[in-house]
Design a binder for this molecule. Structure first.
Ligand SMILES: *[C@@H]1O[C@H](CO)[C@@H](O)[C@H](O)[C@H]1NC(C)=O
Ligand SMILES: *[C@@H]1O[C@H](CO)[C@@H](O)[C@H](O)[C@H]1NC(C)=O
Ligand SMILES: *[C@@H]1O[C@H](CO)[C@@H](O)[C@H](O)[C@H]1NC(C)=O
Ligand SMILES: *[C@@H]1O[C@H](CO)[C@@H](O)[C@H](O)[C@H]1NC(C)=O
Ligand SMILES: *[C@@H]1O[C@H](CO)[C@@H](O)[C@H](O)[C@H]1NC(C)=O
Ligand SMILES: *[C@@H]1O[C@H](CO)[C@@H](O)[C@H](O)[C@H]1NC(C)=O
Ligand SMILES: *[C@@H]1O[C@H](CO)[C@@H](O)[C@H](O)[C@H]1NC(C)=O
Length: 888
């Protein structure tokens, strides 16, 4: 039986071991040796081709001792039959590559290599003896060549995690194919059976098209694929109803339809007796949930979150006990009874009933029969207060109870008797007063979320927490007062932002060996920063009244990923030992009184993504000593505004920034600083937020941008030209160079920044004309070039014409809308005049300028900094990407 897995080795074990043992003759294994090409058992021709192939790439990363890599040759014919190279090659795979001379290959595995921007050449078709083609995660782009169709011995095809585009590949002749994985690419188009050969693959046992852009209804021909064991269509744009022919797939064990736009009532799957996982979450399925599902013989996971299911659930009519272990029904619209039937599902371990939208309060004591229940999520429901009382019949074995946003106004006494409770979330309720002392005596308590209530303190003595077993404590957005509490030695995460804590940060912080995340931002703390923060992963002390300098004690810190000391009264220099924090991604020290030169020495940090130094007293040149590129290859947010920086930007300043390329799955203004997984595989993600204050930026909280970069150099004394290399930063969405002394022309390359939403070049000494291409930047919601020495016509485009006049004022020579000075009379051409007439209409179409205008910059800061998510499997999958939960 197939189990879904990304790993080639896993699959080989389950499925291919037979093929490998029989077909590859008692082969001789060679570690690739690049220096002196010795593949003696392989024929000389083959050896040469292989060496040439390796030499086409930078293969210096090849770990020659890695037993994964290797080449196998057939003893009798001495031809290369099997080649396997992992995370080893970097360069372009060319059509004339010697790879395509290895005609005898049956087994080709190239995974995790860096074939940036290579497409798969047509010559792939030369390798027509291939039985196994395994190419995941190689950065391939473009369409899969039609020559794939000539590999008619192929039984196994894995192309996942590349950047392939185009429609479903031509596979008509691949009649032996039993495994096909296209996951995580950009395939698009429909699955129309008339133009598509998918449904002729009658031997297919495993089909994964998830995380692509297919947009299609599901043809009834899916019923042809009746050998399928795993079908994964999740995270595409599939719409319409699931065809009834799905009931033909009687061997199916896993059905993944989640994160699409599927509609209609529950598909008829009851006779698919092998089914053990059903994932239909995040669709628009409606109607009731058939009770026969609950007693399907193999079904152990039923995932139906975020649909439009209504009505009630009938009690299952069967003597066969339910095998269901995990059931997710959250975020639907149940009106009728659903609790009583669920109380019969006695094998349940995980039950998600969040946000059911029932018209009545949920009675938590009805779950008393679920003796094995480990996790109960009742968040977002109103819960009958009595059922949270200490006499309630809630299952006593619960390890995890989520009760956030339930409108609870009294600390739930029921917790007192849950001796096995490890994790409790009561955030987002309206509980006042003090946290009861007994809570800390629960023997297995691990993680507590008290966030967003109105707690003012802890009941009991000062050291009430000290003997508790608690490991993670979240208590942001309350009204806790006084000094920071003394924590137990076991503490791992302490997050207490946005309260009213006063006094100093206790030195006892330094005694907590396992502390990895400390957030005390938005309080009224005073005094110095303790010396011992270098062992942490993330520390946020933003917006307090801390004084003194940052202790220079980060010598051996390889764990620190995120540090935010912004908005304090810190002085002195940036600690040089920070350059030893090789994992640092996020360094924020804005709005302090640091006096220092630009920290070129941070260039050594390979992962730095966010550097915010704004509003300090930093000085000196920002041009690198060697006049070359700035370095900082990973930088995405770079803000140094409002300092006293001088110097100019050399031509190659922006070369080599990763922001030049677009990467997927990053969150706007949010950085994941911490993830934690509990024993049952439940985990939560902690995100750190950034204030992105650029006019015109349309970032919404948590919106996924494919990737983005922002630069703010405003309010310094930087001079010289704006380098053309700025045009390389394809991911740039906001650029603020205002209030400096830049001279020369506006670089033409700005027109290449097609994602740009906000551009401020005002108050410099720029001359020449505004490049025409800027007029066609379709996302540009804000532009300001006022107070320069620009001349000529303002480029006319929908985004520009709607801008305020003040964005162009103070330039003696500019003309055209939105300024009153027309460009007529001089040498305006007839087309330009016609353009003038069209402008009224364009003005109406200028939705973005009208809606967004040039309102205040979007403040993403603290609201998001407090954004803590308890684990919701599909949510996590969205944020982290590939981490979909599965049982294997
Ligand atoms: C392969 O083609 C490239 C051009 O794409 C060329 O530079 C190179 O010399 C060719 N290599 C061989 C071995 O023919
Ligand atoms: C269902 O599967 C059978 C083989 O078991 C096949 O002959 C038939 O065409 C399939 N029916 C549909 C509607 O796909
Ligand atoms: C329960 O099942 C039996 C036979 O399996 C059937 O006769 C009966 O009508 C069913 N009852 C309900 C309520 O579906
Ligand atoms: C970095 O750490 C090493 C010890 O591992 C230390 O010798 C060195 O001084 C540190 N560098 C800085 C700038 O603190
Ligand atoms: C650019 O920075 C200045 C402050 O230095 C600020 O006043 C202005 O609003 C910023 N421009 C944009 C577009 O956010
Ligand atoms: C814009 O980018 C293209 C390629 O991406 C390049 O050829 C062109 O020179 C760039 N234009 C400018 C003005 O930099
Ligand atoms: C453009 O910048 C100037 C100077 O900084 C400022 O006075 C003006 O208000 C800005 N215009 C808009 C629309 O923000």
């Amino acid at each position: 039986m197939f189990i879904k897995t990304m790993s080639e080795s896993g699959v080989r074990l389950h499925f291919l071991s037979l093929i490998l043992l029989c077909c590859v003759s008692p082969s001789i294994f060679f570690t690739l040796n690049l220096d002196n090409s010795r593949y003696v058992a392989c024929g000389p021709h083959q050896t040469q081709a292989l060496t040439e192939f390796m030499n086409e790439f930078d293969s210096s990363q090849c770990n020659l001792t890695d037993p994964y890599n290797g080449v196998w040759c057939d003893n009798s014919t001495s031809a290369v039959t099997k080649l396997r190279l992992k995370a080893c090659l970097s360069g372009t795979l060319k059509p004339n590559s010697s790879l395509f001379r290895l005609h005898h290959l049956r087994y080709l595995v190239l995974r995790d290599n860096n074939f940036t921007s290579s497409s798969l050449p047509l010559e792939l078709g030369n390798l027509n003896r291939l039985e196994i083609l395994f190419l995941p995660n190689n950065r391939f782009v473009g369409q899969v060549p039609s020559s794939l169709n000539s590999l008619n011995l192929l039984s196994y095809l894995e192309l996942s995690q590349n950047e392939f585009t185009g429609s479903f590949p031509l596979v008509r002749n691949l009649t032996k194919l039993s495994f096909l994985n296209l996951k995580y690419n950009h395939f698009s188009g429909t699955l129309n059976p008339n133009s598509n050969s998918l449904f002729e693959l009658r031997h297919l046992r495993y089909l994964d098209l998830s995380y692509n852009n297919f947009s299609s209804s599901l043809p009834s021909e899916f019923g042809n694929l009746n050998r399928l064991e795993v079908l994964d269509l999740s995270s595409n744009d599939f719409f319409g109803k699931v065809p009834p022919t799905i009931s033909n797939l009687t061997l199916l064990t896993e059905l993944w339809l989640d994160q699409n736009r599927l509609t209609g009532s529950f598909p008829v799957v009851q006779n698919l007796t092998m089914l053990s996982f059903i994932y239909m979450n995040d669709n628009q399925f409606s109607g009731t949930i058939p009770s026969s599902l609950l007693t399907m013989p193999s079904l152990s996971i039923l995932h139906l979150r975020r649909n439009d299911f209504t009505g009630s659930i009938e009690s299952p009519n069967s003597s066969t006990p339910s095998r269901l272990e995990e059931m997710y029904l959250g975020h639907n619209h149940f009106e009728g009874k659903i609790i009583e039937p669920i109380s019969n599902l006695i094998n349940l371990k995980i039950l998600d009933l969040s946000s059911l939208n029932t018209s009545y309060p949920i009675d938590a004591s009805l779950f008393s029969s679920l003796k094995d229940l480990l996790l109960l999520d009742l968040s977002g429901n109103s819960i009958s207060p009595a059922s949270l009382g200490s006499k309630s019949g809630i299952p006593k074995n619960l390890k995890t109870l989520w009760l956030n946003d339930c409108g609870i106004n009294k600390f739930p006494d029921i917790l007192r008797i849950l001796e096995k409770l490890e994790n409790i979330d009561i955030s987002g309720n309206v509980i006042r007063g003090k946290v009861p002392e007994w809570l800390w005596k629960l023997p297995r308590l691990n993680t507590v979320f008290l966030t967003s209530n109105s707690f003012t303190g802890f009941e009991g003595p000062v050291e009430v927490l000290v003997n508790s077993s608690i490991v993670n404590l979240f208590m942001e957005q309350n009204s806790f007062e006084g000094e920071i509490p003394i924590l137990p030695f076991s503490i791992n995460v302490f997050s207490a932002s946005d309260n009213r804590f006063t006094g100093r940060i206790p030195l006892s912080i330094c005694n907590y060996r396992d502390l990895t995340l400390l957030r005390l931002s938005y309080n009224n703390l005073t005094g110095p920063i303790p010396q011992c923060l270098s062992n942490l992963t993330s520390v946020n002390l933003r917006k307090n009244n801390l004084e003194g300098s940052i202790p220079d004690t980060f010598y051996i810190s390889s764990s620190l990923r995120s540090l935010d000391f912004g908005h304090n009264r810190l002085t002195g220099k940036l600690p040089r030992s920070l350059q030893n924090c090789s994992s640092l991604e996020f360094l924020v020290v804005d709005h302090n009184k640091f006096k220092d030169k630009f920290p070129f020495w941070l260039k050594a940090l390979p992962n730095l993504k966010v550097l915010i130094l704004s509003s300090n007293e930093l000085y000196g040149s920002i041009s690198p000593p060697d006049q070359g590129p700035l370095g900082f290859p990973e930088l995405h947010i770079f803000e140094i505004s409002d300092n006293k920086f001088t110097g100019s930007l050399p031509p190659r300043y922006f070369v080599n920034w990763k922001a030049a390329s677009l990467t997927m799955n990053e969150y706007a203004g949010l950085y994941m600083v911490y993830t934690k997984t509990t024993s049952e595989g439940l985990s939560y993600v902690i995100l750190e937020g950034i204030d992105l204050q650029y006019k015109g930026l349309s970032i919404k909280q948590g919106r996924v941008l494919s990737s983005f970069a922002t630069i703010d150099f405003s309010g310094n004394r930087i001079e010289g030209h704006i380098p053309e290399s700025i045009g390389l930063l394809k991911a740039l969405i906001a650029l603020n160079l205002s209030n400096n002394a830049f001279t020369g022309r506006i670089p033409l390359s700005l027109s290449n920044l097609s994602k740009l939403e906000s551009l401020d070049l005002s108050s410099n000494q720029l001359s020449g004309t505004i490049p025409n291409g800027i007029g066609s930047l379709s996302f540009l919601a804000y532009i300001n070039v006022s107070h320069n020495q620009l001349k000529g016509e303002i480029p006319q485009g929908t985004q520009i014409t709607g801008q305020a006049k003040s964005s162009f004022e103070g330039n003696a020579g500019l003309c055209g809308l939105p300024l009153q000075e027309t460009c007529f009379g001089s040498n305006a051409s007839p087309t330009q005049q016609r353009g003038e007439e069209d402008k009224k209409e364009e003005h109406v179409l200028n939705w973005k300028a009208v809606v967004i205008g040039y309102g205040p910059g979007l403040l993403l800061g603290i609201a998001i900094a407090q954004f803590i998510a308890s684990y919701k499997p599909e949510w996590l999958a969205k944020i982290i990407g590939p981490n979909k939960r599965r049982n294997c």
